[in-house]
Write a protein that binds this ligand. Structure first.
Ligand code: FAD
Length: 408
């Protein structure tokens, strides 16, 4: 097999940003990026596709056009890591050896985890903004619906962008209100979580919208099956005498699927209990293998799984990987930052930014942007600024990030 200084698993947000950051700092490094897909998706844009603001096409680019200069793209899928040998086994081709490994394979959408769901996706009014090809169907359904019932779901944590399930609720309701049909549609939001949002500071402004739109909020309610032909969704909820099953008829059903860590992580013996890569929450280095790092959704860290988190993680990983290659200890620390722009209506956003433990971490001073209130500025950032920052981030541009040094 072939040998590289750094092998990166995944050419998504985390993999490309970290690889580009490495090559910007040290252009002669030999870097391989293993990524099976010919296309890269700007997933944070999917919510706006489902809300009729972006076209799907705006959220997709050819993977080849995003590969950092100097990186070698291995178009294959990782099947297993052999961490004691420093090798990676891919689906087709011989194993690759690395000095340092960076894992950025994302999180797996487990559509099959809900019986009946997969076969009715994209039909019978069943949709999801979590897939490029389905987000336009969300907008189609919203436009077609004038009366009846709309049901939105959120699976157990962890999921990527935990705010995205309710963003779909708000943007749909906003459109129905504009068309004057909201009163004729019963809207229900079923979430497995015990609260509307994980960080208490953002719950009151969101609850205002739940009330204004007249959404029936069901906390602790888990989607367990879908009958597409009969248009019935079944939920499990806590009842007085233990769990009860509740059936809901729908005209439109927006599902966010359960999400799990990639299987190869656990099979390679590098996972935490939940199956994600067991890394130090600050240095992002593996807890036992000193030459393995992880970032993005696959990392077993307690931050919000978002591209916003990747913005802060990628420079930390790039700098620490270089230190490791030089035989030194990791020098920089990630602070747990993550962000979630909650699209509460077309034109306004509650911009939740927070770190480990739910600590509020606003990027801008409060007098410019108060993240606990719906603002037009945050909408403008989401629609017009963040997409550009994202594509630049993939090229190794590091915006407003100055990673902390590891405490001595
Ligand atoms: P990804 O970008 O998903 O990339 C993972 C890559 O790994 C993929 O290209 C995949 O093909 C590849 N891969 C998988 N398995 C293998 C394997 N075995 N071998 C090789 N390669 C593999 N974030 C925000 O910051 N703000 C938002 O508003 C926001 N909204 C979102 C809305 C939706 C609907 C969704 C779905 C996500 C949203 N996110 C948002 C989350 C954001 O998209 C992710 O957190 C981010 O993409 C994580 O980057 P990543 O590199 O870990 O994973």
């Amino acid at each position: 097999g072939r040998r590289f200084d750094v092998v990166v698993i995944g050419g998504g947000a985390g993999g490309l940003s970290a690889a580009a950051g490495l090559l910007r700092r040290r252009p002669n490094l030999s870097v391989a990026i293993i990524e099976p897909s010919a296309e890269h998706f700007y997933q944070p844009g999917f919510t706006l596709v489902g809300g009729g603001v972006f076209t799907a096409r705006q959220t997709r680019r050819a993977e080849a056009s995003l590969m950092p200069r100097g990186a070698e793209w291995i178009r294959s899928r990782v099947e297993r890591i052999l961490p004691d040998e420093g090798r990676v086994v891919v689906a087709d081709g011989s194993p690759l050896s690395y000095s340092v490994l960076v894992i950025a394979a994302g999180i797996v959408l487990d559509w099959g985890g809900i019986p009946g769901l997969e076969e009715t996706l994209g039909r019978n009014g069943v949709t999801s903004n979590y897939r490029y090809d389905l987000a336009p169907y969300t907008w189609q359904l919203v436009q077609e619906l004038s009366r009846g019932s709309a049901v939105f779901t959120q699976p157990p944590m962890p999921i990527k962008c935990a705010g995205a399930p309710q963003k779909a609720v708000y943007l749909s309701c906003d459109e129905w209100r504009r068309r004057g049909v909201l009163d004729a549609i019963s809207v229900e939001f079923d979430t497995c979580t015990p609260a509307l949002f994980g960080v208490p500071a953002f719950v009151p402004p969101l609850m205002n919208y739940i009330r204004d739109y007249g959404v029936d909020l069901q906390l602790g309610s888990r989607l367990v099956s879908v009958d597409g032909a009969r248009k019935i969704a079944t939920f499990e909820r806590k009842g007085g005498n233990g769990p009860e099953r509740v059936e809901r008829g729908f005209d439109m059903l927006h599902v966010v699927p359960p999400q799990v860590a990639p299987g190869f992580v656990r099979e390679s013996g590098i996972a935490d209990e939940a199956g994600f890569v067991a890394v130090d929450p600050a240095t992002l280095r593996h807890v036992t293998y000193r030459n393995i790092y992880a970032l993005g959704d696959v990392a077993g860290t307690a931050n919000a799984k978002t591209a916003a988190a990747v913005r802060k993680q990628a420079p930390v990983v790039a700098l620490n990987v270089l230190a490791t290659l030089d035989g030194k200890e990791p020098v920089f620390a990630y602070d747990g930052y993550g962000g979630c722009p909650l699209t509460v209506e077309r034109g306004k956003i509650v911009l939740a930014e927070f770190g480990y433990g739910g600590r509020l971490m606003p990027t801008l001073p409060k007098w410019i942007l108060d993240g606990t209130k719906p603002t037009r500025l945050a909408w403008f950032l989401k629609k017009d600024v963040m997409p550009r920052l994202y594509w630049e981030m993939l090229r190794g541009h590091e915006f407003m990030v100055k990673p902390d040094r590891v405490a001595a």
